[in-house]
Design a protein around this ligand. Structure first.
Ligand SMILES: [Zn+2]
Length: 410
């Protein structure tokens, strides 16, 4: 895409997205030329044409704050559980997110993630931990009702955005969160419980394979969905819980697209053609996701965005006081560009991995800096309508498709 911002087009498209389009105020070029004096006017001669004020070009910041902005992956609940006195409503010095900085960054909705570290809470020990994390997320919305709400539907997100509140949504990262996955009856019961408690997506695996599916992060990478995994995917469709394919093995990804009758989400994945990390999606996967009607939300972690950065990071990450390598924001936009080129602009979204990664690209230090992404997309030549899709409308569409496709529960 062109590197030149197209302000005129930006203005026209933005005017069209709000209730009543303002009248055209741009003076015709001929009029402007006619009003330009070619010789010094005499004091008696009135100006031939009254020059109309030129409209100010719309700033990327305005575009950002008017859009519905959604992020699909944030690990802040880890911070909530670590310290019982932690208040997500107060501005924090550490971490990437809190309600204050979300507001500042123009973020309207965040998927807070239920993640249980499998080594610390193996097998059945994961389930009580999972319930604690759900409670912690619910407590944030209960403690800050003026500024946030717990959202369960796309309509809730739109209503929150209109009311100036942050919509908090719940995603689950890895089916191991449901405890031991041996019994089909118990697993399906727990899936239903998580849905009732607000879960609106679940990643089938984290870095660890489980009884449902192979993960890209361990020896299960050649494995796909098990019969129980297929059963869970079908139940998720029936409940309207989006299937998250970030972290899963390539065979699991392919199996999910065969089994799921509804659009799926990759809540925090980047493009493997740009950076070769096994967590990223190949071009074939991006195309399959587009065909399925789903969306891939780009992960901001520099290690998934640049192989070169990852090499540098591996050298310094365990050295105390060593300077962390930097990655320019431009590389994140390169991933978005690639995904848009391969999957189409209707299938790309934002899945930062805030609070789950140790470094973010330069200029994107925390959620308050989110408008930098919109500004970079404008600079890259993206039209406002397409930017709004990437910022949030694509996620709303996938949510709505899952809501509509759900089977009414008794
Ligand atoms: Zn993850």
């Amino acid at each position: 895409m062109s590197a030149t911002p197209r302000w005129g087009l930006l203005l026209v498209l933005l005017a069209g997205c709000r209730a009543a389009p303002p009248p055209a105020t741009r003076a015709p070029k001929a009029t402007v030329r006619a009003s330009t004096p070619t010789s010094k006017p005499t004091s008696a001669a009135p100006p031939a044409v009254v020059r109309k004020p030129r409209p100010q070009p719309l700033k990327p910041l305005e575009l950002h704050h008017r859009a519905v902005v959604i992020d699909t992956h944030c690990d802040a609940p880890i911070r909530m559980l670590r310290n019982p006195a932690f208040d997500y409503g107060a501005r924090q010095k550490k971490g990437h997110t809190d309600l204050e900085r979300m507001k500042e960054g123009g973020l309207d909705a965040e998927f807070l993630v239920v993640f249980v570290y499998p080594k610390a809470f193996p097998g059945e020990k994961a389930w009580p931990r999972t319930r604690l994390i759900f409670d912690a997320i619910h407590r944030v919305a209960a403690r800050h009702p003026q500024r946030s709400l717990l959202a369960r539907t796309a309509a809730d997100v739109r209503a929150a955005a209109a009311a100036g509140k942050i919509a908090l949504l719940i995603g689950v990262e890895g089916a191991h969160a449901m405890g031991r996955l041996g019994s089909e009856r118990r697993t399906l019961q727990r899936m239903r419980w998580m849905h009732r408690r607000g879960a609106r997506y679940m990643g089938l695996t984290w870095m660890n394979s489980n009884a449902l599916a192979g993960s890209s992060g361990d020896a299960g990478r050649t494995r796909g969905l098990s019969p129980l995994g297929r059963r869970v995917v079908r139940l998720m469709n029936d409940l309207g819980v989006m299937v998250d394919v970030s972290h899963v093995s390539d065979p699991t990804f392919r199996d999910v697209l065969k089994v799921s009758r509804l659009p799926v989400l990759a809540s925090h994945s980047s493009a493997r053609a740009v950076a070769g990390h096994f967590r990223n999606l190949t071009d074939d996967m991006l195309r399959a996701l587009a065909k399925n009607g789903g969306a891939v939300c780009v992960n901001y972690f520099p290690g998934f965005l640049s192989d070169d950065w990852m090499r540098k990071w591996k050298k310094v990450r365990k050295k105390k006081g060593a300077k962390k390598p930097e990655l320019p924001l431009k590389v994140l936009i390169d991933h978005i560009d690639h995904m848009v080129k391969v999957a189409g602009v209707d299938h790309v979204c934002l899945g930062s991995d805030y609070d789950g990664v140790p470094v973010l690209p330069v200029g994107l230090d925390d959620v308050s800096k989110l408008p930098a992404v919109t500004a970079a997309l404008v600079r890259r030549g993206y039209k406002p309508g397409d930017i709004r899709k990437i910022l949030g409308l694509n996620v709303l569409r996938v949510m709505e498709a899952n809501e509509k496709g759900a089977v009414k529960q008794r």
